[in-house]
Design a protein around this ligand. Structure first.
Ligand SMILES: *[C@@H]1O[C@H](CO)[C@@H](O)[C@H](O)[C@H]1NC(C)=O
Ligand SMILES: *[C@@H]1O[C@H](CO)[C@@H](O)[C@H](O)[C@H]1NC(C)=O
Length: 197
């Protein structure tokens, strides 16, 4: 989900040029490949310590880039989700001076179960999402979002998310993107199994 957010963000930012920050850019664990690039004037420098578990395969990456200040505020944030067989957590630091995103930041690490459970489905093309997933760490909302892809097949994204994903997701999802048709808006709710239907 964080990768999705980051790639949507890249599309979103192809918009303005003016006076801007210069930030470090890199992806993965190879710090040696870091390069200094200008951002758009509407962006901050960002460091993202991302960990993902995709059906049992665990990966950790550090991403340095620019992110839009209209969506991500300066300071430290933790984003997290458990949707279907994939979960992710990311520590995100945003800063507002040239080359400020060189710091090494820790990954979120092992996340403890919290007291929320949500509906999910292992396969996003399932007709119903009636499996339950245990939320962990900062995942304090149940999420539901249904879209149709370009072939008209229904895709369901149900699971646990952190509240800050509820705030950023609707702003990042291109409402008039031609490849996805919204069947329901992205919705969040705060009690166990509240994301039914
Ligand atoms: C998830 O992993 C299990 C066990 O390794 C495997 O049987 C299953 O096919 C995987 N599911 C997906 C959607 O990749
Ligand atoms: C989920 O829904 C399917 C289809 O309606 C049903 O066959 C299955 O028993 C349900 N599973 C649970 C855990 O409720």
């Amino acid at each position: 989900m964080m990768k999705l957010i980051l790639s949507l963000t890249l599309i979103w930012t192809l918009s303005s040029t003016a006076e801007a920050l210069e930030c470090w850019h890199s992806e993965g664990t190879d710090i040696g490949r870091t390069e200094l690039l200008p951002c758009y004037s509407t962006e901050l420098c960002a460091t993202v310590a991302l960990q993902e578990n995709d059906n049992g395969t665990f990966t950790q990456d550090t991403i340095r880039s620019c992110l839009p200040s209209s969506i991500f505020s300066e300071g430290k944030h933790t984003f997290s989700s458990s949707v279907g067989l994939a979960s992710m957590a990311a520590s995100v630091h945003l800063c507002n001076t040239d080359r400020c995103n060189s710091q090494v930041i820790p990954h979120p690490g092992v996340l403890k179960k919290n007291n929320l459970q949500c509906f999910t489905c292992d396969d996003p093309y399932s007709a119903v999402c009636n499996k339950t997933v245990q939320c962990v760490g900062v995942q304090d909302r149940c999420f539901s979002w249904t879209v149709a892809d370009k072939d008209g097949k229904t895709i369901r994204t149900f699971g646990c998310v952190s509240a800050n994903i509820c705030e950023t997701a609707p702003r990042l999802m291109p409402r008039h993107d031609s490849s996805l048709k919204f069947i329901s808006e992205p919705k969040c709710c705060g009690s166990s199994l509240c994301n039914s239907g």
